[in-house]
Design a protein around this ligand. Sequence first.
Ligand SMILES: [Zn+2]
Length: 113
Amino acid sequence: MTQRRRKGSERKIALERIDILFRLAEREAVAGNSARADRYASLAAKIGMRYNVRLPREFKRRYCRRCHAFLVPGKNCRVRVSRGLVTSTCGVCGDIRRFPYIRERRARRASAQ
Ligand SMILES: [Zn+2]
């Protein structure tokens, strides 16, 4: 089993592309073009998989892993906070995901320095 290691520069470019695609997805979603937004989001996720890069934190929640929809809180996804957890429900397929909230706060505090 040979897994070719990706160079750091390749991964950096991949991350940049993911960033651009999610921004485009956001723009399309705001414009009401959800089909195109979903397409951009799934393309971004695909790039992430190919280059072994994780989706940046802010985008991870904007994308449904199950139905590959670009999620817009208040539009096609419901976000609730309870007992230290952020619960995100996909309005398209109903998939529920939970994220610990405390850890996020800690991370945010650390990165704010
Ligand atoms: Zn979904």
